[in-house]
Write a protein that binds this ligand. Structure first.
Ligand code: ZN
Ligand code: ZN
Length: 155
């Protein structure tokens, strides 16, 4: 892979995920956000991982673990299996396989990620955060709805 190729595999980095990483443009779809997050892992751009996670989850992220995960693996290839941009009005999901090398052997991380759209921006819903949210609290995505009626089913 050339230095100029985007880690997500769609083209040249400066035309693909770089404008998103630099904040010059925003992801137009859940899939595009997913791709740009994969590329951010490959580029060790953990600030981008942070700011593209649901607003109410950002403070609960274990940034040390994220930096570690990004740096301890070599990110080889992204394979988007399928994307569903509209599970409902403001949620989408993307099934993907991230191919990486952990230093000992090649690995595949197969995941179905969920995303929420809030104020025209897509955010990742992290199912792994160690956070106590009750069903009656306001949702982590910022929608103003109760958690139960919004993102609860996706995290
Ligand atoms: Zn890309
Ligand atoms: Zn929500």
């Amino acid at each position: 892979m050339s230095e100029l190729a985007c880690p997500c595999g769609l083209g040249l980095y400066h035309q693909c995920c770089a404008p998103l990483h630099l904040g010059n443009t925003q992801a137009q779809s859940a899939e595009q956000l997913m791709r740009s997050r994969y590329s951010a892992f490959a580029k060790h751009d953990v600030d981008y991982i942070l700011k593209t996670t649901a607003v109410g989850q950002q403070s609960a992220l274990d940034m040390t673990a994220i930096v570690d995960w990004a740096k301890s693996n070599q990110w080889l290839q992204l394979e988007v299996v399928q994307a569903n941009e509209k599970i409902d009005k403001n949620h989408g999901k993307v099934e993907f396989k991230a191919h990486y090398h952990d230093g000992k052997q090649a690995q595949i991380h197969h995941e179905v990620s969920h995303f929420v759209k809030f104020q025209q921006q897509w955010y990742f819903l992290d199912p792994t955060t160690d956070q106590q949210i009750t069903m009656k609290q306001n949702c982590i995505c910022g929608s103003g709805k109760k958690f139960k009626q919004c993102c609860a089913q996706f995290v």
